[in-house]
Every structure is written in C-alpha cells, then in structure tokens.
Design a protein around this ligand. Structure first.
Ligand code: PLP
Ligand code: COI
Length: 354
C-alpha cells in the first residue's frame, strides 16, 4: 500500500534510538527519528515528505496561532512477537479526522493519504515501537491553518504533520475523578465531537482547579443543565451498573471514540447487556451510594482502559470496588491487548498490517 503514494523520504544522518531510555517513557515527550509533513496549497495536497524530526518555522501571522484552526488524531502502532507492526483501526481515525476538518472549515485529507502517510512513517521508524508490556508507538497526526493573514476566515493553506513516539501508560494509576458541574467542555452546536485543539485549551483551567482539590480528572457534564454525563476529556467514560455496561450516547459535544466503539463491540459480542443512552449524574450518584456501580473507567487510545478508583459526588468521595475485581474492564483490556499485540486472533479485522 505505502508505495502507491509519492512520498519523498529524507533519512536522518544520526538516529537518536541508541540514546533513548526505553525504560523511562513519559507520555508525549519522546519522539521518533522522523516525521511526515505535507502542504495544502491551491486546492490540493502537495510536498508529501518524511523528514528528520525537527522544528518547523512559521510567520507570526499564521492564522492557527490567532484563530485556532487546528485538530488532531491519536492512534497507536504495536509490535507483534513475529516482528510484524500493526496499526489499530486507522481508517476510523481517518474518518474522524475528516469530520474534524469539515467542522473547522479545513480541507479533506483523503483517507489513503492519512493511512499511508502513517504506515510509511511507522515502517521507517519501526525500531522505535517499544515491546514492553502495555507499551506502543503513539501516533499523532494533526492539521493546522498556515495563511499569514489576520482576517477571520478559513485559511487557504494548511500543513498536515504526523509525529510518533514510544509510550507506556498515559494514566499511571486508577483515577480519582469528580463531576464538573460549572465549567463546560463542549456544547450542543459546538465542536466537542471534533478533535479540535481548542477543546483541550478550554479544559485546562477546570482540570487545574480539580487537581488543586486533589482530583486527577473531570467527568464533563452537558452544557445546558450540567445534569448528564458526557466524557472524561481525554477518554470516553463507561460504567457497569447492575451488571449492565452503560455509556453516554454520542452527540455534538462528545468525541466518538475508537476505543469506545471497540469496547462496546466486545461487550455485545460477549452477550453483555449494553446501553448507549443519556445517563444522569444523579443516576451514577445513586448507583455509587447503593453499591450497584461495580466499575467505572475511561476508554481511549492514550488512556487504553483507565480504571476509576473514586468519584466525588455532592461533596462526598465514593470509592469503587478494587480494580482487581473489575471483571468487565479487565477482560476488555486483555481482549484488546490480545488483538493489538497479536497474542490472539484478530476476530473483528481491526489490525492494519504495515
Ligand atoms: N474523548 C476525547 C476528548 C479524547 O481526546 C479521546 C482520545 O482520543 C477520546 C475521547 C477517546 O477516543 P479514542 O478512543 O478514539 O482515542
Ligand atoms: C488520545 O487518546 O489519542 C488522545 O488524543 C488523548 C490525548 C489528549 C492525550
């Protein structure tokens, strides 16, 4: 597949692989040797290149710096025991990238350019895919507007870039979370469903305030009433209540996670009762109080399956059963890992072999 695109490759003269400490991989700080870059100009994608990972230089008037036409994706590559490298459901990310592009008035990136740019880059830097348990190569494709122009209008030029880097767990321990009932991450009619940079900028202050109160993360609630659960902001959220898997149905203000879809598919495949619907904070609160909430967890590419240890509700902190007892989420994590690392059959055809 990768040789159907005309990608110019300039290799680094000095790999940083040898000097990289693979036993210490803080998320998002270590980058592989190369990156992919392409430009959108005159209505088409040009200059498809893989170059050594390096700085980029821009005009200070570049529109993204002022008006935020920027969005990204996150996916991972895994190394199997036989040395084969795979991507997990990359066409799902390609599809979502274009949903983000459409909402932000940016140009479509053909799905094959998205997937093949990543495949070519990962193929070149495949020695950067870590092999330790729960480790993988995180892939960050992103697009931003580059017109040097201060008028508020869609840019005519863009850059598409892909970075990769070896990672371990995003959340180092089970999470202590609370419902956010004042601030809003995304509203109906807004762009919470897009992986827009601005969604994350707006979440920083509320997250910082929650951290000052001793919480690790927020559970965002709806913008109108702050009464319904939305998502975690770096992951979707799921609950097991009375043995049923319950997760908010997706809407304008919720990102349609690839991991969410994968976990729901597994649950249904196993014959578990699954409900995708609006779920109120009060309902989760009641389930916490009555002990019918047996599991709560985040699901996302970086987060994988991140167990929630405790939830703040109406000023009280409720502790969930120990994560070792979290039957469903542990089984789902194991099943996802078996597919991703090739320990078991890829029953749903989710792996894309490079
Ligand atoms: N919600 C938000 C806001 C996210 O940033 C992410 C991470 O990508 C998710 C949910 C989970 O989505 P996915 O499983 O596709 O990574
Ligand atoms: C991902 O899981 O890929 C994300 O984008 C989460 C991120 C904000 C770290």
């Amino acid at each position: 597949m990768t040789d159907t695109l005309d990608i110019k490759i300039t290799k680094t003269s000095k790999s940083r692989l040898e000097e990289t400490d693979f036993s210490h991989l803080p998320f998002g700080k270590v980058f592989s040797d190369h990156m992919f870059v392409a430009d959108y100009e005159d209505g088409e994608w040009k200059n498809l290149q893989i170059v050594p990972y390096d700085e980029l230089s821009f005009s200070p008037a570049m529109s993204v710096l002022h008006y935020g036409q920027a969005f990204f994706e996150g996916l991972k590559a895994y190394k199997h025991a036989d040395g084969k490298a795979t991507l997990f459901r990359p066409y799902k990310n390609a599809e979502r990238f274009n949903k983000s592009a459409e909402r932000l008035c940016a140009p479509e990136l053909p799905e094959d350019i998205f997937v093949q740019s990543i495949a070519a880059l990962v193929n070149l830097d495949k020695d950067w895919i870590p092999t330790a348990e729960h480790h993988s190569l995180y892939i960050r494709p992103f697009m931003f507007s580059t017109d040097p122009y201060l008028g508020v209008q869609p840019s005519k030029t863009y850059k598409y870039v892909v970075l990769t880097g070896p990672v371990g767990a995003y959340f180092p321990k089970p999470l202590k979370v609370k419902f956010e009932t004042y601030y809003t991450r995304a509203a109906e009619g807004g762009f919470g469903f897009a992986k827009a940079a601005g969604n994350y900028a707006g979440s920083l202050l509320p997250a910082q305030e929650a951290m000052k109160e001793g919480f690790d993360q927020l559970i965002w609630t709806d913008a109108k009433e702050h009464a319904y659960v939305e998502e975690l902001g770096a992951a979707n959220v799921m609950f097991v209540i009375n043995g049923k898997l319950i997760t908010p149905s997706t809407r304008d203000s919720i990102l349609k996670g690839v991991t969410r879809d994968s976990v729901l598919t597994l649950a249904r495949h196993w014959g578990m009762e699954v409900e995708e619907r609006r779920i109120s904070v009060a309902e989760v609160g009641e389930a916490l109080k009555s002990g019918t909430l047996s599991e709560a967890f985040g699901v996302g590419t970086a987060a994988t399956i991140a167990p929630i240890a405790s939830i703040g509700f109406e000023g009280e902190l409720y502790h969930l059963p120990n994560v070792t007892k979290a039957e469903f989420s542990n089984r789902a994590l194991q099943a996802l890992n078996d597919i991703r690392y090739g320990f078991g059959p890829d029953e749903f055809g989710w792996n894309y072999t490079i």
